[in-house]
Design a protein around this ligand. Structure first.
Ligand SMILES: Nc1ncnc2c1ncn2[C@@H]1O[C@H](COP(=O)(O)OP(=O)(O)O)[C@@H](O)[C@H]1O
Ligand SMILES: [Mg+2]
Length: 120
């Protein structure tokens, strides 16, 4: 059993701590839970892992896009909604996204982006 909002808050804390350690700052993470039934049948650690990875990407993208010295970094938002059959968890940020010209190389074996100095 898994409480997605609880997992989201824990993943947010972990990703934020990492972001602070590597950049000295971190955008706020807003978790919005739109579901009444807070427990689902899923492995919590799997959602925690996936969400932490997505949040690390988002935090890094926002800091890169706005600069570590930005005084009011725009928040990263996690929205959790229950549909008729599924729970959806959406992570959104204002880091500028992935340029269309780079999408293709992301599916290659040795993507170019891996050469970048990655910190989170
Ligand atoms: N939220 C995001 N905003 C902008 N670019 C992103 C985002 N998420 C992923 N990316 C881009 O996609 C690349 C691949 O992400 P990922 O598979 O998590 O590997 P890594 O984080 O180790 O680079 C990142 O290096 C980054 O360039
Ligand atoms: Mg990543």
């Amino acid at each position: 059993m898994c409480k997605p909002d609880e997992v989201a808050h824990n993943a947010a804390t972990d990703a934020t701590n990492l972001c602070f350690r590597y950049t000295g700052t971190a955008p706020p993470i807003k978790v919005v839970c739109k579901t009444n039934k807070t427990t689902i049948t899923y492995v919590s650690s799997h959602i925690h892992y996936m969400l932490t990875e997505l949040l690390k990407n988002s935090l890094r993208a926002v800091v890169d896009a706005h600069g570590a010295d930005c005084e009011a970094l725009p928040p990263v938002t996690v929205v959790i909604v229950r549909g008729e059959e599924d729970i959806t968890i959406r992570v959104s940020d204002e880091g500028g996204g992935i340029p269309r010209s780079q999408v293709r190389q992301m599916c290659e074996k040795r993507p170019v982006y891996m050469k970048r100095d990655l910190y989170i």
